[in-house]
Design a protein around this ligand. Structure first.
Ligand code: I3P
Length: 126
């Protein structure tokens, strides 16, 4: 990973499945609805896909756009109040979108938390 330039914002830093619930859109509260999402993290953003980001699958759905999360200025924090589930953290974007992410697998959710936090911290130093 060291030989890949951090200037390349398209490099996938991490991807995989997590449980996701969007709980606010532009500051407006949404009804919580957990679903499994394929998440792709790059330097500046996260993309939430409804399923695996394999080209073959994507090709079956012309015009399908993943939900995109701008990490610039975003906040990330663990929360125990916003869900009865364990291992939940929240991402809040500048535009007032709020997402909960969860996994029952401790090391997996920790890896994600640190990868996203690192991306946010790096953006802050730019
Ligand atoms: C919600 C659903 C969520 C639950 C949420 C419920 O009900 O059961 O899974 O969140 O709890 O309101 P509904 O499907 O009828 O909208 P957790 O699984 O994260 O606890 P909440 O209201 O305490 O957020």
């Amino acid at each position: 990973a060291d030989i890949i330039s951090t200037q390349d914002h398209t490099v996938v830093e991490k991807e995989g499945y997590l449980l996701k619930a969007k709980i606010a859109d532009g500051g407006k509260k949404l009804r919580k609805n957990w679903s499994t999402s394929w998440i792709v993290l790059t330097a500046r953003k996260m993309e939430f896909y409804k399923e695996s980001k394999q080209p073959a699958l994507a090709n079956l759905k012309p015009g399908y756009k993943p939900e995109c999360v701008d990490l610039c200025g975003a906040r990330i924090e663990w929360t125990s109040e916003k869900s009865s589930r364990k291992n939940v953290f929240q991402i809040t974007t500048v535009s007032g979108n709020e997402f909960l992410l969860q996994s029952d697998i401790d090391f997996l959710i920790l890896d994600w938390f640190h990868a996203i936090k690192n991306a946010i911290d790096r953006l802050q130093k730019e």
